[in-house]
Design a protein around this ligand. Sequence first.
Ligand SMILES: O=C(O)c1ccccc1N[C@@H]1O[C@H](COP(=O)(O)O)[C@@H](O)[C@H]1O
Length: 217
Amino acid sequence: MPGGINVKICGLTDRQSVRVAVDSGARYVGFVFFAKSPRHLEPAAAAELAAVVPEGLCKVALTVNADDAALDRLIEAVPLDMLQLHGSETPDRVAEVRQRYGLPVMKAVGLAEESDLPRLDDYLRVADQVLVDAKPPRTAVLPGGNGLAFDWRLIAGRRWSVPWMLAGGLTPDTVAEAIAMTGAQQVDVSSGVESAPGVKDAALIRAFIAATSAHAI
Ligand SMILES: O=C(O)c1ccccc1N[C@@H]1O[C@H](COP(=O)(O)O)[C@@H](O)[C@H]1O
């Protein structure tokens, strides 16, 4: 969105929250297709939510190491604008998915320390965007959506050759500082706008998006 921060609200599971996200100015809305997640949706349910999203906003499907059969089913059922690959997909797999479905692909990469950064570079030639997220703890059930932040100083002042989005433990209280420190022009949130895992909170969604607008002014 020219002149402002692009916000993605991820893990939406109900119509009311989709409406709040859209009305508050979200540029991306994310649906999770990963059975272990409390935000998991079946494709038919996602199709109903997608119908609430106005033309021009980006409907993103988050998948984790999904195979072609699963992606075929998803794309057949849900009108999508972007695929977010949030597992251990290789650069070759990212290129394959992009080619097979003709949709823009955003590849998530988890960071915990400086030595994680080169992995991000591996995706710049194959992904349309990269999502810079916190690396999940070894014992985590989910590869993302854990409400954990990484040390933003790791990417302060860094730029990449494709558009990128900052994620990981962002909240209405922290997002302005995260933007200021990293220079992110796009931010993604899931846990930070929930009252319980998988339950989005309208007031938190509004507050999060307002906090990014306050930054832009
Ligand atoms: O949200 C989930 O359940 C999820 C499941 C599997 C992979 C990623 C998931 N969420 C994504 O993780 C980041 C950070 O989320 P959070 O704000 O820290 O909760 C974000 O991109 C979510 O889309």
